[in-house]
Design a protein around this ligand. Structure first.
Ligand SMILES: NC(=O)C1=CN([C@@H]2O[C@H](COP(=O)(O)OP(=O)(O)OC[C@H]3O[C@@H](n4cnc5c(N)ncnc54)[C@H](O)[C@@H]3O)[C@@H](O)[C@H]2O)C=CC1
Ligand SMILES: O=C(O)[C@@H]1CCC=N1
Length: 273
C-alpha cells in the first residue's frame, strides 16, 4: 500500500512522520508533496519518505491520499487532482470545515474520509475525530483507523456535524489550554516571578493536573473539591471564576469554533460548481 500526503505543513508533516515512525509502511511507500519550493527542500532533508514535486508522478500510484492543505487551497488542489485520481483510492481530508460532499464533488470520487486532528499529534498524543462516506468499506475503515492512530487516538463519529462539533472541543481545544497557560504565566509574572520560575510553576501544575485526571475515574469537579479547602485559597479562586462566568465563556468559545467549522463548510461547499 502506498500513502501520499499532500501538504507538508504542521499537520501533513506530523502525519507523515508518525506513519513513518510506526513502521506501518515501508519507507518508499510513504510519499509526500508540498507546493512550496522551500518546504520541498526541507522535506528532502528527511530520509524516511519519498518527496515528489509533481502530482502527476505520485497521485496515480497512491492507494490512500491525505489532503493537508489549508481549506482555502482545497478548491485549486482538487481541480488539479481530479484528472489524476482513480476508482478505489481513499482520500483522507484533514481540512477544517470542507465537507464530504464538497470533497466528492471536487475530486469526482466517493471514498472520502473527513478527519479532524489536533496538534498534540506532533508528540503522539493527538486526537483525530473522523467520519467517512458510505462508500468506504469496513476493511478500508480499519486501514484508515490504523493510519490515524499512528498520531495518538482516533474516534469515529456518525455525522459531519459531530466532526464540526469535535473541532470546537479537540481540534481547536489545545489552543484553549495554551490560552489558560498564558493567563497563568502572566499572573505569575505580575506576582514577580522570573520567566524561568513562572514557566516551571505553570508547566508542572498543568502536567500534574492532567496526570491526576488520567489516573482515576474522578471527574474534574471532584478533583477541584480535593484541592479546595473550605474557606481556603482555591475556593476564593473558583468563586471568582464562577462570579465572572468563566465556564460559560469557555463554552461560548468552544461553540464559536464549532459554528466557524459549520460556516467554513458552507463557504467551501461551492467547490462542487
Ligand atoms: N494546525 C492545526 O492545529 C490543525 C490543522 N488542521 C487542518 O490541517 C490543514 C493544514 O493545516 P496546517 O498544517 O496547520 O497548515 P500549514 O500552512 O502548516 O501547511 C499547509 C501546507 O500545504 C501546502 N500547500 C498549499 N497548497 C498546496 C497544493 N495545492 N499542493 C500541495 N501543497 C500545498 C503549503 O505550502 C503548506 O506547506 C488545514 O486544512 C487545517 O484546517 C486541522 C486540525 C488542527
Ligand atoms: O483553526 C483551525 O481552523 C484549525 C482547525 C482546528 C485547529 N486548527
Amino acid at each position: 500500500m502506498k500513502v501520499l500526503v499532500i501538504g507538508g505543513g504542521n499537520m501533513g508533516l506530523t502525519y507523515a512522520e508518525a506513519i513513518a515512525k510506526s513502521r506501518f509502511l515501508k519507507d518508499r511507500d510513504l510519499l509526500i508533496l508540498d507546493a512550496s519550493k522551500e518546504k520541498t527542500e526541507e522535506l528532502r532533508k528527511k530520509s524516511h519518505f519519498a518527496v515528489y514535486e509533481s502530482l502527476n508522478d505520485c497521485v496515480p500510484i497512491a492507494d490512500v491520499i491525505f489532503i493537508a492543505v489549508k481549506p482555502y487551497h482545497a478548491q485549486a488542489l482538487m481541480e488539479d487532482l481530479k484528472p489524476l485520481v482513480s476508482e478505489g483510492q481513499i482520500f483522507i481530508s484533514l481540512m477544517a470545515g470542507v465537507t464530504i460532499q464538497a470533497l466528492k464533488n471536487g475530486l469526482g470520487r466517493n471514498k472520502v474520509v473527513r478527519a479532524m486532528p489536533n496538534l498534540p499529534a506532533q508528540v503522539g498524543k493527538g486526537l483525530t475525530s473522523f467520519t467517512a462516506s458510505d462508500e468506504v468499506s469496513r476493511l478500508e475503515l480499519s486501514t484508515v483507523e490504523n493510519l490515524l492512530d499512528t498520531t495518538g487516538r482516533s474516534v469515529r463519529l456518525d455525522t459531519e456535524n459531530d466532526v464540526d462539533a469535535s473541532t470546537g472541543i479537540s481540534g481547536s481545544g489545545p489552543a484553549y489550554i495554551f490560552y489558560f497557560m498564558q493567563s497563568m504565566l502572566e499572573a505569575a509574572r505580575k506576582m514577580g516571578f522570573s520567566e524561568h520560575d513562572s514557566k516551571v510553576l505553570v508547566e508542572q501544575t498543568f502536567a500534574g493536573a492532567v496526570e491526576l485526571f488520567a489516573s482515576s475515574d474522578l471527574d474534574p469537579e471532584a478533583w477541584m473539591n480535593r484541592v479546595a479547602s473550605k474557606g481556603g485559597t482555591t475556593r476564593a479562586a473558583l468563586d471568582s471564576m464562577e462570579d465572572n462566568n468563566v465556564k460559560a465563556l469557555i463554552q461560548e468559545a468552544a461553540y464559536a469554533a464549532f459554528n466557524r467549522a459549520v460556516e467554513l463548510g458552507k463557504e467551501y461547499s461551492d467547490s462542487d460548481a
